[in-house]
Design a protein around this ligand. Structure first.
Ligand code: SF4
Ligand code: SF4
Length: 420
């Protein structure tokens, strides 16, 4: 059942969304613009548009960046309606084999752990390594034909590298929901978060049985997987949430999914909607919690100021969905020279699994202006609290031969504590 009905007068055609639309910027066609999507969505809901391959391709062209909903005078949730249509598309056309395989692994973490271990051992057979950001360059990979930078799997996952509970003095108790990319690939994020909690003397509880938050499946329209993953995570978190001060997540997308999208997703399952909303007050993005609920900013201010400079990119799921943009800047600016981009809020162009594979040409085009903006700041580091943005922007920077290192703010904060 659709959560939102698009009536014929829902869009007043004011055009405010056009200059901010990520897909329209790289594919200047009215059809692939918020207004165009709204027209087609209205026709689909009225039953006058058939979901054929052309409609599928159009609806899969939206980056789900929420820029349009941010400026729309009628608050039209274009992204959320498209997510619901993508579920119908998935039911009609099915999912590509590699998406089914990836979502199967993300639904079954024990199997994913074994796969990741094999992947770690054999990844150099299919990929050419490039160093510095411990990423790989995918050169003419035989199945997904594309040249691009891709993060490498680590020998041991973050969750399998540490005990369940790390006692740091008991000044507080927080659970860590690490997210899949930081668990399997960008493992230094979790390690850095543990270092920060140790300095703050806050006990860390690793949420070891966590499953994927379901965001990749949600954006792809695999609602069966989202239903199973969200229910598992909610039920699991309910088991210990009252014993913790907070559950912190160093990833904007996972945090937004659990905090905001679970309740939207369960709009027609009242019991689960209530349960999703009940855990919400304890869910925080990591920098949000550290800045608002601890004395980390004061500790950082007492450390040496570094000569290194950073620029901060606002992930769509942090700034627009959760209103978080001051917190990472406030912490980072204590020890680094902050050089703002001309438009830090512009979408990086990640766009989800389909955009990163079948529609990679759009993702690549959307990443170019962002890479140029980062270069123009002259900063040594670019930071964003989102590993999906990191994957996309590292690829864009590599493609443009821009020599800027990408780090999660948590890694940069831990570095400042270590070196200060
Ligand atoms: S969500 Fe982003 S890409 Fe999609 S229509 Fe809105 S502004 Fe355009
Ligand atoms: S901002 Fe909203 S009302 Fe205006 S054209 Fe875009 S979708 Fe329509």
């Amino acid at each position: 059942m659709f959560q939102f009905n698009v009536t014929s007068d829902a869009c007043v055609k004011c055009g405010k969304c056009i200059p901010v639309c990520t897909i329209h910027e790289v594919n200047r066609d009215e059809v692939t613009s918020p207004r165009g999507f709204i027209d087609l969505l209205g026709a689909y809901q009225k039953g006058t548009l058939e979901l054929d391959k052309n409609a599928k391709s159009i609806f899969e062209s939206c980056f789900l960046c929420t820029n349009c909903t941010d400026v729309c005078p009628n608050d039209l949730p274009v992204d959320m309606i498209i997510e619901q249509v993508r579920n119908d598309i998935r039911k009609k056309f099915g999912l590509a084999w590699y998406k089914r395989l990836a979502f199967f692994f993300l639904r079954n973490r024990n199997i994913m752990d074994v796969f990741a271990r094999f992947g770690y051992m054999f990844q150099t057979c299919g990929f050419k390594m490039v160093d510095k950001q411990s990423s790989m360059y995918m050169r003419n990979f035989p199945i997904i034909k594309m040249d691009r930078l891709f993060p490498s799997l680590k020998k041991k996952t973050f969750l399998n590298s540490h005990p369940d509970v790390i006692h740091n003095g008991g000044k507080g108790k927080v659970g860590i929901f690490i997210g899949c990319l930081a668990n399997y690939m960008y493992t230094d994020i979790g390690k850095s978060l543990l270092e920060i909690l140790q300095v703050l003397e806050i006990d860390a509880y690793l949420i070891k049985q966590q499953k994927c938050c379901g965001a990749p499946q949600y954006f792809t329209g695999d609602f069966d997987s989202v239903d199973a993953l969200a229910k598992f995570n909610i039920k699991y978190i309910e088991g210990f949430v009252n014993e913790l001060d907070a559950i912190i997540i160093p990833e904007a997308t996972c945090s937004a999914m659990i905090k905001e999208d679970y309740a939207h997703f369960f709009h027609d399952q009242p019991e689960w909607k209530v349960r999703a909303e009940a855990i919400k007050p304890k869910i925080f993005m990591a920098t949000e919690y550290l800045e608002k609920k601890t004395n980390l900013a004061d500790i950082l201010a007492s450390k040496a100021r570094q000569s290194e400079s950073i620029t901060y990119h606002d992930p769509c799921h942090a700034r627009k969905m959760q209103g978080i943009f001051k917190e990472p800047r406030n912490l980072l600016s204590k020890n680094y020279v902050l050089k703002e981009m001309s438009d830090p809020n512009r979408c990086c162009g990640f766009g989800g699994v389909t955009m990163q594979t079948e529609k990679y040409h759009f993702a690549k085009a959307a990443g170019l202006p962002k890479a140029a903006m980062i270069k123009a700041t002259g900063a040594e580091y670019v930071s964003a609290e989102c590993s999906a943005c990191r994957m996309q922007l590292s690829d864009a920077l590599h493609g443009q031969q821009v020599d800027v290192i990408f780090k999660n703010p948590i890694e940069l904060i831990a570095k400042a504590l270590r070196e200060g």
